[in-house]
Design a protein around this ligand. Structure first.
Ligand SMILES: [Zn+2]
Length: 148
């Protein structure tokens, strides 16, 4: 099977972890279906066993990421709206469009912010072998920590 050596999965690269995060998948093993509903994620990856809330306060990162993306989308909407309609700027229409972006983007991006942040967190704070099932400990070793 591609990506496997002696029956154990190969460690994902940073790019692959980030791509998996962008696809709402587990950055370590690529498992999908991590959310029961749009806002309700499961606690652990069913395949590799990674607990998604790695430390207390872990999710402040995805909140920050969602805020940055939402404000960027809002800013871009306003800038493009001004640029395309100048000098006859339709203020009410642009305001309603901005409100729509401000309401929709954080909701749509919510689950993605969680898995993308998890991938970023794994890049900054490497996986500990004890965080995953034995079959995925090679990933933990390759991502920066040694098994003791
Ligand atoms: Zn996983």
């Amino acid at each position: 099977m591609p990506g496997m050596d002696d029956g154990r999965p190969a460690a994902p690269t940073r790019g692959r972890m980030l791509l998996r995060g962008c696809l709402k998948r587990c950055p370590v093993c690529g498992q999908g279906h991590l959310f029961r509903r749009w806002f309700h994620r499961i606690d652990r990856c069913p395949r590799c066993g990674l607990r998604f809330e790695r430390i207390e306060g872990h999710w402040t990162g995805d909140l920050g990421l969602n805020t940055i993306v939402s404000f960027s989308a809002l800013f871009l909407t306003l800038i493009v709206g001004f640029a395309l309609t100048y000098p006859d700027i339709p203020a009410v229409l642009l305001f309603l469009l901005a409100v729509g972006v401000a309401l929709v983007v954080p909701v749509v991006f919510f689950p993605f912010s969680k898995t993308i942040w998890l991938a970023i967190d794994l890049m900054m704070r490497p996986l500990d072998p004890d965080e995953v099932r034995p079959a995925y400990r090679r990933s933990a070793e390759a991502l920066g920590r040694r098994v003791t």
